[in-house]
Design a protein. Structure first.
Length: 104
């Protein structure tokens, strides 16, 4: 009813956890701004990784129904991030790179 014709509705960032990797939320918000094709981003389970990632990294792990599971890494922590989108993997990787670069 109040929707503007021709303008896509923005995607949403789901806040279902109280803890996230440092710097992850601003990158995910920027990713939503850059890619109109993203419907939902959901940060999920945090875990400890063996190796150290000095800077925040975000990469596609596996395809899921309707999108992709990403893995975010910073320090010795890792976090799953689920993205519901129609973007191709290459387009999503480009948007991720832009979002990380914009936050650096």
């Amino acid at each position: 009813m109040g929707e503007i014709v021709g303008k896509p509705t923005p995607g949403r960032l789901v806040w279902n956890h109280s803890t996230h990797l440092p710097g992850l939320i601003p990158v995910l918000e920027k990713l939503l701004e850059l890619a109109d094709e993203i419907q939902t981003i959901t940060p999920a389970r945090l875990s400890t990784a063996r190796s150290n990632a000095p800077k925040l990294r975000l990469k596609i792990s596996v395809p899921i129904r309707g999108g992709y599971k990403l893995i975010a890494r910073k320090g010795r922590s890792a976090q799953e991030v689920f993205v519901i989108t129609e973007l191709a993997p290459q387009s999503l990787n480009e948007a991720i790179a832009q979002a990380i670069a914009a936050r650096s």
